[in-house]
Design a protein around this ligand. Structure first.
Ligand code: ADP
Ligand code: MG
Length: 542
């Protein structure tokens, strides 16, 4: 500014402008420098940023690749598993199908086997022997003899087993005794776990035969305590020997057979069937009518006799036959009769039964005369049966026909009554007395007498079966009241089922072997194929 003194305004202005110009130049060079530095720095930053971004994206790519591989591997694994699963499913399905096929084939074969088996039984002569082995029970352990503890333990062990459903195996080795290892074959063997239901399932087909016109007998054979009464009736009440009707699943053959008979009848035309019941006891070779009533209407065991009719059939004159309409009527009736049974406690079992019980269901079929020509194949047989039927029960049947309003009251039936023909078939259900030997029961005196009567009647039964086996002309039915009474349902074309009852314990070995022997001999009974009574089959034409 000292230089400006004395200068003209123009010069000052020029100087000022030049100074401004210089300043401007200086400023712009600084700006340029700054700009350059910033630009450089920015460039560097951008570069490092870019390389960082590239790094990141590379890393990301790497990582996503590994993830992708992992996912792919997992998916492949799942697919493989899926395929394997499908294979398994297919295999399982195939197996299931083939199992079903095998089961079906097995069922068919089983049915075929059963049918063949039945045919075989028919050919063998309508006699079948089944064997039931009861479970070991608490009283099997009770000391029957003065035996040492050691022997006692052996005694309570099993000696009889059901090897399969047709074979009994008796296996026993006791110190001081010859060892036993024997098998016995029967039509059916029940093990200790098999229910009353299972036993009855094999009995039921016989009842179809009954309504088809065959006489049928089902008898339980075995020593006291082996389960005869349980099998035939069901568990008994200790005090009065009646059996428990309430426990349906425990009911034995007799009540179930009656239910089945009434069920089969309910499928027939109403009024064409009658069912009558008689209950007798054979004690010391005497027949007692357990349904006979005294003048006060009280039941008491009336003595009866068995005779042979002119037609060669067995009959018990004056025997009480009660008509029953249903199974429960029957059960109450039988239970009342049972309370009269004579028993004598032996050492084997407190309520040993010393008598044979025979419950008979007589089924009368009414056939109208007009149908005879077409329905009855064999006129002569039918007439013989008719004559026989009316000889045996003429009054009762006429009474039934004319008085029973529920059965034959319609005018058509009354008109036709004259032409009515009756055919009777019999179902005899027998609870035999104990088959044990005297020594075993330890009885003396009156009880010994009982035992010898029992032994005699049972050996008479064995003789009868033996005579039939050998097809002897004379069958000694009349050697005992028991066989005489059972004649019509044991011989001829009747179907007989012997239910052997076996106590499994070692202490009963002798008795069990005896029963199995009886059953084996009974199985060998050969008879001509059963000819059924010529019953009217529901005609297809009419
Ligand atoms: P039995 O009439 O041959 O003398 P029981 O039928 O009276 O023999 O049977 C003797 C005992 O064994 C009874 O207490 C009976 O309930 C029982 N019992 C028999 N068989 C069986 C079985 N299969 N299951 C369960 N208990 C049975
Ligand atoms: Mg009994």
């Amino acid at each position: 500014y000292r230089g400006l003194a004395g200068r003209s305004t123009n010069e000052v202005l020029q100087l000022y402008a030049a100074h401004g110009q210089q300043m401007k130049l200086q400023r712009s060079s600084v700006i340029t420098q700054l700009h350059g530095a910033i630009k450089k720095r920015l460039k560097q930053d951008l570069k490092s940023l870019r390389s960082f971004a590239v790094e990141i994206s590379k890393d990301f790519q790497r990582q996503s690749k590994t993830c992708l591989y992992q996912i792919l591997a997992a998916v492949q694994g799942i697919q493989l598993q899926n395929e394997a699963m499908q294979m398994f499913q297919i295999k399982a399905f195939d197996l299931e199908q083939s199992l079903q096929e095998v089961t079906e084939r097995y069922e068919k074969e089983k049915q075929k086997r059963k049918a063949l088996h039945n045919n075989l039984i028919e050919l063998r002569g309508n006699i079948r022997v089944h064997c039931r082995i009861r479970p070991l029970l608490p009283f099997d352990n009770a000391a029957g003899h003065s035996v040492s503890q050691d022997r006692q333990r052996n005694f309570s062990e099993k000696a009889a087993y059901a090897a399969d459903d047709e074979t009994v195996l008796v296996k026993c080795s006791r110190p001081g005794h010859a060892s036993v290892n024997k098998t016995f074959q029967f039509e059916r063997v029940y093990n200790d776990l098999e229910s009353q239901d299972a036993v009855f399932a094999d009995v039921a087909p016989l009842l179809t035969s009954l309504l088809d016109g065959y006489n049928v007998c089902i008898m339980a054979y075995g020593q006291t305590g082996s389960g005869k009464t349980y099998t035939m009736l069901g568990p008994q009440f200790e005090e009065n020997l009646a059996f428990s009707i309430e426990e349906e699943s425990e009911l034995g053959i007799i009540p179930r057979a009656t239910q089945e008979v009434f069920r089969l009848i309910s499928e027939k035309p109403p009024g064409s069937y009658w069912v009558e019941v008689s209950v007798v006891e054979v004690y010391n070779n005497e027949i007692f009518d357990l349904l006979a009533k005294d003048s006060y209407g009280k039941v008491f065991g009336m003595k009866r006799d068995v005779v042979t009719t002119r037609e060669g059939k067995s009959d018990v004159p004056l025997l009480t036959h009660v008509t029953v309409e249903n199974a429960s009527e029957f059960l109450h009736l039988v239970n009342k009769g049972l309370q009269l049974r004579v028993t004598h406690p032996t050492l084997v079992h407190a309520h040993s039964s010393r008598s044979h019980l025979v419950v008979t269901l007589t089924i009368t079929t009414v056939v109208f005369g007009d149908n005879f020509g077409t329905l009855w194949e064999d006129e002569q047989t039918s007439q013989r049966q008719n004559k026989e039927a009316s000889c045996t029960f003429p009054h009762r049947m006429r009474d039934n026909i004319s008085t029973s309003s529920s059965r034959a009251s319609s005018p058509v039936q009354l008109e036709a009554a004259e032409k009515m023909k009756q055919v009777k078939t019999r179902l005899q259900l027998v609870d035999l007395a104990g088959s044990e030997c005297v020594g075993m029961s330890g009885v003396t005196g009156a009880a010994l007498r009982e035992t010898s009567f029992i032994n005699r009647s049972l050996s008479a039964l064995a003789d009868v079966l033996g005579a039939i086996a050998e097809q002897r002309a004379h069958v000694p039915y009349r050697n005992s009241k028991l066989t005489h009474l059972l004649q019509d349902s044991v011989g001829g074309d009747a179907k007989l089922l012997v239910m052997l009852c076996i106590s499994p314990g070692q202490k009963y070995l002798t008795e069990s072997m005896q029963s199995l022997g009886f059953g084996t001999r009974a199985r060998q009974v050969q008879r001509g194929q059963g000819k059924k009574k010529n019953f009217p089959v529901p005609s297809k034409g009419k």
